[in-house]
Design a protein. Structure first.
Length: 271
């Protein structure tokens, strides 16, 4: 099977499955998310938003796998050109698990796929058990993009709830600085698509009217690395740990992927 991966989530899943040899092409974002790909000399193609049929046809892949965010026009052109395409758009953690199961079946690694799914499910369930009896659940604003302001996706809401928080707003929808200021969240988590861990937190916290938000006053403004929250893959487990550390730094630690606003020191457990 010759697979062209148009999103990091696909490459991450194939890596977890031990099936990187199936790849003939990936994006530059995949190379950043899966360092093991960098020495394989794969053809680097555009992602599922901007790829073209011409660049993929030259590779003659058996299957092109895309995942959100993607542009329907690009994928339609690829299909019309004769490339088989699998387009994934999972809204929930359960859907992400089903996509892992599907990719595992395609790659001939069904058993390994079930192991990955079981580990993810247990991590989320275990976090829910750990936070179920905590007093008070902080209101959390999770931002996927900053211009316009966009709430994070539905699976991030599930992670926030599992970590003992209350997700502010409607997942995936555009909001405004005024609406967030009025809601007055206790924690702000920014994970911008494609930005890695480079969200400018000081600039974000300096939006008009945000100086009075509880999260800003208390220094509870965080950046979580893009691949840990926006990528529908097993890396979401690390995103869950980062969220738990932001919400309850005295109780939970993480292996990294989280950064606090510079005017306040990141808790040692979150480093």
């Amino acid at each position: 099977m010759k697979i062209a991966s148009l999103q990091p989530s696909i490459s991450i899943i194939l890596n977890e499955l031990g099936r990187l040899d199936e790849l003939v092409a990936c994006t530059r974002y995949c190379l950043a998310a899966v360092p093991a790909l960098r020495d394989r000399r794969l053809t680097v193609v555009h992602d599922s938003w901007s790829t073209t049929a011409e660049e993929l046809l030259a590779l003659r892949p058996d299957l092109v796998i895309a995942s959100v965010p993607y542009r329907n026009e690009s994928l339609a052109a690829i299909l019309k050109a004769g490339c088989p395409v699998l387009a994934l758009a999972p809204p929930t953690l359960a859907d992400i698990e089903q996509d892992i199961r599907l990719i595992a079946a395609i790659a001939g690694a069904a058993d390994r796929g079930e192991q990955i799914i079981a580990a993810m499910s247990e991590a989320v369930s275990g976090m829910r058990r750990s936070t179920a009896d905590l007093p008070g659940k902080p209101l959390v604003y999770c931002e996927e993009w900053g211009k316009p302001l966009i709430h994070s996706q539905s699976w991030v809401r599930e992670l926030v709830e599992a970590a003992g928080g209350v997700f502010l707003g409607e997942p995936g929808k555009v909001t405004s600085a005024e609406a967030i200021a009025e809601a007055d969240p206790e924690v702000i988590i920014a994970a911008w698509c494609g930005a890695g861990d480079r969200v400018p937190l000081e600039k974000l916290a300096g939006r008009p009217g945000w100086e009075q938000i509880r999260a800003v006053r208390d220094g509870r403004v965080y950046c979580v690395a893009d691949e840990l929250l926006n990528t529908p893959a097993p890396t979401l487990v690390d995103g869950l740990r980062a969220i738990a550390c932001a919400l309850h730094p005295d109780l939970f630690s993480t292996t990294g992927g989280i950064r606090a606003i510079e005017r306040h020191r990141t808790p040692a457990s979150c480093v």
